[in-house]
Design a binder for this molecule. Structure first.
Ligand code: APR
Length: 244
């Protein structure tokens, strides 16, 4: 059973990481165009650097929640048959143990050198314009994909979505493409699509299955069902093999 999971800010909400479009969301304090666009960075780099420096520092005070840990367990059971695609730039999936992971919107804990293209791991502030470890030029920015920029890993993601049997969207509003189009793409290629969210989103192509509630409750239950199904099918295959 090949599974693709797409996560959004909602999976990290119960860890204390603010979402973008909920009432107390991250964008509340900032207009997107003032902090999450290349134009904003050109216009006012310090404001943008301070916005991301604050979010990077905040990672030290949050922990993965049961939803992140359940997806790491699911990877343990499915191995290469699971691909975890996240729109999140936090490192909570990694800290929960997930390894087969694509950060399609980049990572707070990486910097991007606008001069040489290097993407060094980075856990310090960027406001003081430190030199790029690779080329020495003071041209480091957050390695976060801004509006209007190309997300990472699109070919790999699309191949996985087209080939999967189950596609799950967890804690995402479906407001931003291309991520918002993946459930429809999966459905068009015959996958069973599931949405796990606090409230149902009004996706253009309805999900086959919608499970509402906090991710820390719905994701472990859903993941454990898949793990049980995967082990049952492995057991059947082994017993068939023994009977031959
Ligand atoms: N459990 C499950 N879902 C939750 C929870 C929770 N505890 N709390 C919030 N949610 C859901 C909300 O109902 C909403 O559908 O998480 C979703 C959060 O939506 P957004 O704030 O829009 O975040 P996201 O979908 O990840 O945004 C996508 O937009 O701003 C850009 O690049 C940014 O990656 C981000 C992208």
């Amino acid at each position: 059973m090949r599974v693709v999971v797409l996560t959004g800010a909602g999976i990290s909400a119960e860890s204390g990481v603010p979402t973008f479009r909920d009432a107390d969301g991250l964008w509340e304090g900032h207009a997107v165009e003032d902090v999450a666009t290349p134009e904003a960075f050109d216009r006012d780099p310090d404001t943008v650097q301070r916005f991301y420096d604050a979010r990077r520092r905040a990672l030290a005070s949050v922990e993965p929640n049961p939803a992140h840990r359940a997806l790491a367990r699911l990877e343990g059971a499915l191995g290469d048959d699971l691909l975890l695609v996240t729109q999140n730039v936090d490192d909570l999936h990694e800290r929960a143990g997930s390894q087969r992971l694509v950060h399609m919107h980049g990572e707070l804990l990486r910097a991007l050198c606008a001069s040489c293209g290097a993407q060094p791991m980075w856990d310090a502030d960027l406001i003081d314009a430190p030199p790029c470890p690779a080329c020495g030029v003071t041209a480091l920015r957050p390695d976060v994909v801004w509006f209007g920029e190309m997300p990472y890993g699109l070919d790999r993601i699309e191949q996985a979505v087209i080939g999967c049997d189950v596609f799950a969207a967890i804690g995402t509003s479906g407001a931003v493409y291309p991520a918002a189009g993946y459930s429809a793409l999966a459905a068009a290629f015959g996958a069973h699509t599931v949405e796990l969210n606090l409230v149902p989103t009004d996706a253009l192509t309805p999900f086959d299955e919608v499970r509402t509630g906090p991710a820390s409750i719905t994701v472990p239950a859903w993941a454990d069902e898949l793990i049980a199904a995967a082990s049952a099918s492995t057991g059947r295959a082994e017993s068939d093999g023994m009977e031959r």
